[in-house]
Design a protein around this ligand. Structure first.
Ligand SMILES: [Zn+2]
Length: 140
């Protein structure tokens, strides 16, 4: 699937170092999911600094979990460019769930979806492609 809104370049700019070659397929998969969500949302989203690939050192800097899917380039953290607030994050979460239910996301993986309701200009949503069970969480 061709990316319309996101790119590997943006994914890499959010990191301390480029996504390693063996993980690029993972990055393209989660970016394709993000792209589909962005399309329905209809407003620009950006990848947070630290919200793309993380090597272990970079992950530690962001207090990421040791088994964070950012280490596998299977996760992305997003927020709206304009109107970044909790309500918009919940709107994006609803779009992810709706697309999942309709089975029209460009992935066969179950998704992890975490919403971080931290108010204006601080809220964001984490989405990841993961094997096994789906995961949902909310953090304030
Ligand atoms: Zn994340």
């Amino acid at each position: 699937m061709k990316l319309r809104y996101f790119s590997l370049e943006e994914f890499n700019r959010a990191s301390s170092n480029p996504c390693p070659e063996p993980l690029i397929a993972n990055a393209l998969e989660i970016l394709s999911v993000a792209d589909a969500v962005r399309h329905v949302y209809g407003n620009p989203l950006r990848i947070l600094n630290g919200g793309g690939y993380r090597n272990p050192e970079f992950n530690a800097k962001f207090l990421g979990k040791k088994n964070s899917l950012h280490l596998q380039a299977m996760a992305v953290d997003l927020r709206p460019v304009n109107n970044c607030n909790d309500a918009e994050i919940l709107k994006i979460q609803a779009i992810v769930e709706d697309l999942l239910m309709k089975k029209i996301l460009p992935t066969r993986s179950l998704l992890g979806v975490g919403v971080y309701l931290r108010g204006d200009n601080a809220a964001f949503i984490h989405i990841d492609v993961r094997k096994g069970v789906k995961a949902r969480w909310e953090d304030k």
